[in-house]
Each structure stands twice: as C-alpha cells, then as structure tokens.
Ligand binder design. Structure first.
Ligand SMILES: *Cc1c(COP(=O)(O)O)cnc(C)c1O
Length: 222
C-alpha cells in the first residue's frame, strides 16, 4: 500500500479523540509531502537538524511535533516553529524551552516524558521525578510554555499484558497529576502513547495521541 493509503486507512480506524502524529524521521521530504497530500498535517521528528531542514521545504500549515531526546543547545533551532515537544525530561530543559519560546514571542506546548518501560535505554523521568518537577517553585513564571500532558513508551515486546500494564501506569499517573496540579486547566489533556506495534493497546488504555512511523512510511533506513 502507498503512504497515502496507509494514512487514510489508519485515520479512518482511529477514535475521533485520538490525534495521529505521523513519525517521519529518516524519511525524505517527498514521503512527508505524499502524506500531506493525503490530508495529514501533524508530523513527528526526532532530530533537530533533520526537522529544521524539512520544515523549510514543506508547507507552512504543518503542525510539527518533536518526539526524540532534545539537547538544550538545539532548542533555539526549533523554537521558531515547533508546535509540541513530547520529550521534556527535566526542569532545566523546560526552562530553556520557555526562554527560547519567549524570544520568539510564542507559547510552546510540551509533554512530560515518563519512563515506564523495563529497558533502561528508554528516556524520560520516573513518576517521582515528574512529581518533583511539578512541585518546583521555579515552574511559576514560565509563561511561554504550556504543559499539555504526558508521553511514554512501553517496553518493546510481544507481551501485550506487559505493554498494557505500562500504559495503564501512565494513564493512572496522568489522572493523579491532573487532579493535583491541573484541575480546571483544559490544556493538560494529552496522553501521548502508542507506536506502530502497540498503538491499539495504547488507545484501549486512554491514549489521545499516537506516534506512528513504520506503519505509514515503511521501515526506516538508518
Ligand atoms: C520512532 C519513534 C516512534 C515511531 O515508531 P514506529 O515504530 O516507527 O511507529 C514513536 N515514538 C518515538 C519517541 C520514536 O522515536
């Protein structure tokens, strides 16, 4: 099937409250254009340099999401246009995003990345580190960021029960944090979880944003 067909089929199968982030890392701009022409507007990239290069040559109404590990010194490159950053894992990074967003007179949406998988290769904060971040007095005054929810990755496994448990932990944490820190704040509404191999499980566990690459664009060549 073509990229366009993959997009159309996948979208038709999703509940209306679930946003599809088309993860286009390592695929050329032409592949993104094909998805764009099939109606896709939300794209996810994981490297700042690759993202800025694509942003320059693709249409302006694309909503760009950053989903990979983000170094502080790269924030300034994506701050002029990035819509949502899924991979916030420290207060320091949050402060840098706020600073660069302010320089660009923008408000950048961010998600807090939580480590729930069993592999230690996965990025993100522990639930406790996340609670500490949200309790920090230094959050006050960060007017150029909007904390919109959580992001996480499950263990890469065929064990659906384990994946289900990990996504469940994320959902429970989301509910806890919402009640503690974001009551009445409609911005805190996103649970970014689910990739090509596990997004149906993620949706069952309350995902509002799935990040799908391979099922749309095919295998990546690194
Ligand atoms: C690459 C990537 C994805 C997409 O993975 P697929 O298995 O290709 O769907 C999703 N989330 C993150 C954080 C990624 O780095």
């Amino acid at each position: 099937m073509s990229i366009a067909q993959n997009i159309v089929q996948l979208k038709a199968s999703l509940p209306t409250n679930v946003t599809l982030v088309a993860v286009s890392k390592f695929h050329p701009a032409e592949a993104l254009k094909e998805a764009y022409d099939a109606g896709q507007r939300v794209f996810g990239e994981s490297r700042a340099q690759e993202l800025t290069a694509k942003q320059k040559v693709l249409p302006d109404d694309i909503e760009w999401h950053f989903i990979g590990p983000l170094q502080s010194n790269k924030v300034k490159d994506i701050a002029p246009f990035i819509h949502t950053i899924h991979s916030i894992d420290s207060l320091k990074l949050l402060q840098e995003v706020n600073k660069q967003a302010a320089k660009n007179n923008r408000v950048i949406r961010v998600l807090l990345e939580i480590h729930v998988a069993q592999e230690d290769t996965k990025y993100g904060m522990t639930p406790d580190e996340c609670r500490q971040l949200l309790q920090s007095e230094q959050l006050a005054g960060l007017d150029n960021i909007q904390i919109c929810g959580l992001m996480g990755m499950a263990t890469y496994t065929d064990d659906t029960v384990l994946i289900e448990q990990e996504f469940h932990i994320l959902h429970e944490l989301f509910i806890e944090l919402k009640a503690l820190y974001f009551i009445g704040n409609d911005n805190f509404a996103e649970l970014s979880m689910g990739m090509s191999h596990d997004y149906p499980v993620a949706i069952r566990q309350g995902s509002t944003m799935i990040r799908v690459g391979t099922s749309i664009f095919g295998e990546r060549e690194y």
